[in-house]
Ligand binder design. Structure first.
Ligand SMILES: [Mn+2]
Length: 245
């Protein structure tokens, strides 16, 4: 099932260092059921094909839209202690922002925030006065276990290994990978998706749902819209090859 990376005369295949393997997982959005299945598949793959350095990288958007955001954070905060790398998605940044600035309730609600609030036992009505927004944020802060809060604030924005750059949304073309703004790493779409040139590394990302994983010369999109499709993608990178679990 391994696919060798598409090669052209002038582009050499991206690679991971010898002896390393990455399991990269796309947007989860509250689907703890799918995440549990995926971790079970990874665990049995690791047992069947042992390797010196196996890494799991989650590409962000653990919460919102789907029903079980609380349980996803619970599962991931445990998995992080075992070495899993969880990157920040724009939805995690929505939640953290809401705690500081409750007036973003409406934009967050329109992006599936009510499902996250419900998973923490909070069911606000949709039109809230500024005072209501304030007290909702306070109630969320109170219900958010300390280890969930610590997990959320510690999420890094990107991770680099070998010829790959892992990130939630993408990068801004023309800007060095080391110089990207958080805003772009979390939110960018069209300018990044349209760009056909090199980013310096192959960017592995989520954020923009596609029906099948997209493998391009400069980027790989593994957000297969798990929340609605029931299809949570896990891409496995090893040497210069990719497969899907
Ligand atoms: Mn998403």
């Amino acid at each position: 099932m391994w696919r060798r990376f598409r090669k052209s005369a002038e582009v050499k295949s991206p690679k991971l260092p010898a002896g390393s393997r990455v399991y990269a997982i796309g947007d989860v959005h509250g689907r703890v059921d799918l995440l549990q299945e995926t971790f079970a598949k990874i665990d049995s793959h690791r047992d069947a094909y042992p390797i010196a350095n196996a890494l799991e990288i989650m590409l962000g958007d653990y919460i919102d839209r789907g029903p079980s955001s609380f349980d996803v954070i619970e599962l991931l905060s445990g998995r992080v202690r075992g070495g899993t790398i969880c990157l920040k998605g724009n939805h995690e940044s929505f939640l953290l922002e809401f705690l500081k600035d409750p007036t973003i309730f409406n934009p967050w609600r329109r992006c599936g925030g009510l499902e996250t609030l419900a998973s923490y036992g909070l069911e606000p009505s949709v039109d809230l006065s500024p005072e209501d927004q304030e007290s909702l944020a306070a109630a969320l802060a109170e219900r958010l276990p300390a280890h969930h809060h610590n997990f959320l604030v510690a999420l890094p924005l990107s991770f680099t290994l070998g010829d790959y750059f892992f990130v939630h949304a993408g990068v801004r073309p023309g800007v060095a990978l080391s110089n990207q703004r958080a805003e772009d790493l979390l939110w960018i779409r069209e300018e990044f998706l349209r760009y056909e040139g090199s980013f310096g590394k192959v960017v592995v990302h989520g954020h923009t749902p596609v029906s099948e994983p997209e493998i391009r010369n400069n980027r790989i999109n593994i957000d297969t819209g798990a929340y609605a499709s029931g299809n949570l993608t896990c891409a496995v990178f090893e040497d210069d090859q990719i497969q899907f679990l």
